[in-house]
Structures are given as structure tokens and as C-alpha cells.
Design a protein around this ligand. Structure first.
Ligand code: PMP
Length: 283
């Protein structure tokens, strides 16, 4: 069951007019919220980022935080599965094709849920491989825009190479992955690139840095050069669906000793513990 513009219905019955600006221009933003034991994880933070994205594309938020929370809860309750992945999207609505913003048009609001597919055990145990590519996206990667063509093309490079993620470098510095944030570890210190318009401020990225801070894992948030990336002892990937995952191969070469390292192990356990605590306390 999905939610579309005021109604709940089976996904097969949902229809979007072809002139929706989401379809024509990719003129919309989205969020993806993991749901554990039927409770949305870090909902407030996701809704805050949604507001940031809407502000970034100059689209008024069609719902208050309470309304969003209520709609999301209804979608969760109308779908099966304890753990779900709730996707919501807002577009600038349906209008005659013209780049300029239409006047007096209602936005399209869509929410769906899928089973939450976290990484299989063997990926956590042995790590995944990644490739690098030049970050050729626009200069507002902090907006979670539905226009994901550059990310789609960059991710496909990884798939074509038999890898799981594409790690992006802009002007010789690490930005993020095609659909994840990237951290390194060197000599026991966790390194994270600073938030800027060049990367999506990941909800999981924040959780990992909060956990590092709370549990005295040494960390630095600063620019990370390509040389540092290639000389890292460990590389980690984070996202709402992948959680925290070790990257053990980069461009066909092992990262460090080619095995998930101690910084990953620590953060992975802290993340799982934190998740369990948050969900026990109501999400
Ligand atoms: N960067 C990009 C480009 C992404 O698509 C994602 C996942 N949506 C992330 C980072 C990670 O963000 P989050 O932890 O909020 O899922």
C-alpha cells in the first residue's frame, strides 16, 4: 500500500500524470527512512533534511512534521514486515512543460514502503569492493534530489566492474559514494570529509560520528585527499540501508590488509547496539 496525494492505495493502482515535473524534469526531492520493528529510525532528522532539500529547490513543505510522521506511520502499518524502508518524494506537481516554476500548482506527495534489505552477513564479514571515479555531479549534492542520473551512471560503473560502490573524488579530494557516505581509518583514527554542498549530509554519517564521539573513538572531520584514501588502513561506507559496511578492496587493490579492520568492527557493534537501544525507547 502506498500514499499518493491524500489517498492510500495498492501500488498497482497508483497513477502519476505524465506532465508531473518529477517525471519531466526530475524536479523533486526525496527521503529514505529505515524502519526497524515498525518504528521509523531518526525520523526527526530525516524530516529536517527533507526541509533542507525543499528549501534548496524552493518548494514549500506540503506537510508539518506531525502530518509527515502520521502519514509515514500509516504507510508502515498498512504494509507487512517488521523492518521496512520508507521512501517519500515531493515533486513540484503537474503543469504544462516549462522550466520556470508553475504558479498555484499543488506538489505531488508520494510515500511507499519496501522490505528493508540490509547487507548480507558475508558482506559485513568480508567487506565489499569499490571503485573510484571522478565526481561529475552538480554543486548542490547536499540536496536529496530525485534527479539522480549522475549517481545512476556512477553506480553502474561499479556494477560493471563487479563492485558494490563507486567512491567519488572531486579535485583530488574524497566527497562520498554514489549512494553512501565514505569514511577512512588511518592509524586508529576515523576520518570523515566535512559536510558541504559537495555531499549529502547522511543521517547514518551523523550517527557514526556521534557514536565515535560518545565512545572515544578518535576521529577527525576534514578534507581527505586521494593519496590518503589510497593509503587508508580501512575504508567504511554508511547509508540508511547499508548501515556501516567495510570496503576491503578499492580499484582492484586490497584496502590495508584486505580485511575489515578494528575501527569498522567497533563502529559496527556500536551502531547495532545504538539501533537496538533507540528502538527499545520508541524510535
Ligand atoms: N550520499 C548519497 C549520495 C546517498 O544517496 C546516500 C543514501 N541515500 C547517502 C549519502 C547516505 O545517507 P543516509 O545515511 O541518510 O542514508
Amino acid at each position: 500500500m502506498i500514499y499518493l496525494n491524500g489517498s492510500f492505495m495498492p501500488i498497482e493502482e497508483a497513477r502519476i500524470p505524465v506532465l508531473d515535473r518529477g517525471f519531466i524534469f526530475g524536479d523533486g526531492v526525496y527521503e529514505l527512512i529505515p524502519v526497524y520493528s515498525r518504528r521509523p529510525f531518526r525520523l526527526k532528522e530525516h524530516l529536517r533534511r527533507l526541509q533542507h532539500s525543499l528549501d534548496g529547490i524552493r518548494l514549500e513543505n506540503p506537510h508539518s512534521e506531525e502530518e509527515w510522521a502520521n502519514l509515514i506511520r500509516q504507510v508502515i502499518s498498512r504494509n507487512e514486515g517488521e523492518d521496512q524502508s520508507v521512501y517519500l518524494q515531493v515533486t513540484r506537481g503537474v503543469a504544462k512543460r516549462d522550466h520556470a516554476f508553475p504558479k498555484g500548482v499543488a506538489p505531488t506527495v508520494y510515500i511507499m514502503s519496501s522490505p528493508l534489505l540490509t547487507p548480507p552477513r558475508d558482506q559485513v564479514a568480508t567487506g565489499v569492493s569499490a571503485i573510484t571515479a571522478s565526481d561529475n555531479r552538480w554543486m548542490r549534492c547536499d540536496i536529496k534530489a530525485t534527479a539522480l542520473l549522475p549517481n545512476v551512471l556512477l553506480r553502474q560503473l561499479a556494477v560493471d566492474a563487479g563492485a558494490v560502490e563507486t567512491v567519488l573524488l572531486r579535485d583530488g579530494f574524497l566527497t562520498e559514494g554514489s549512494a553512501s557516505n565514505i569514511f577512512l581509518a588511518k592509524d586508529g583514527v576515523l576520518l570523515a570529509p566535512p559536510k558541504s554542498h559537495l555531499m549529502l549530509p547522511g543521517i547514518t554519517y551523523d550517527v557514526v560520528l556521534e557514536l565515535a564521539d560518545a565512545h572515544r573513538v578518535p576521529f577527525e572531520v576534514r578534507e581527505i585527499s586521494e593519496t590518503e584514501l589510497r593509503g587508508a588502513d580501512e575504508i567504511l561506507l554508511t547509508s540508511s540501508t547499508k548501515e556501516v559496511l567495510p570496503i576491503t578492496g578499492l580499484d582492484g587493490r586490497p584496502v590495508g590488509n584486505g580485511k575489515p579492520g578494528p575501527v569498522f568492527q567497533r563502529l559496527y557493534l556500536l551502531y547495532q547496539e545504538y539501533k537496538a537501544t533507540v528502538m527499545r525507547n520508541g524510535g
